[in-house]
Design a protein around this ligand. Structure first.
Ligand SMILES: [Zn+2]
Length: 78
């Protein structure tokens, strides 16, 4: 058990996990009342628009390769 001070009510309490400095720690009462809600970081997928564009570019290249392969397959069949 680790001694912590509740980030919400300021009460001294103990938690079974090691408290990290970048996350608020709540006592059992505040935790039950939903004290950890509302602080979400980043988007739902955690992907930035730049990363999304990079992946799109890669997908375009892959599609190009696949299309050329399909054309070759068709010419072989007939
Ligand atoms: Zn509390």
């Amino acid at each position: 058990m680790h001694d912590v001070v509740c980030d919400k009510c300021g009460k001294e309490c103990q938690v079974p996990f090691k408290p990290s400095s970048d996350k608020p720690v709540y006592c059992s009462e505040c935790f039950k009342s939903g004290g950890s809600g509302g602080s979400r970081r980043g988007g739902s997928s955690g992907m930035s628009p730049e990363q999304f564009n990079q992946i799109n570019e890669k997908l375009d290249k892959i599609l190009e390769v696949l299309q050329t392969l399909e054309v070759e397959d068709d010419s072989e069949e007939e």
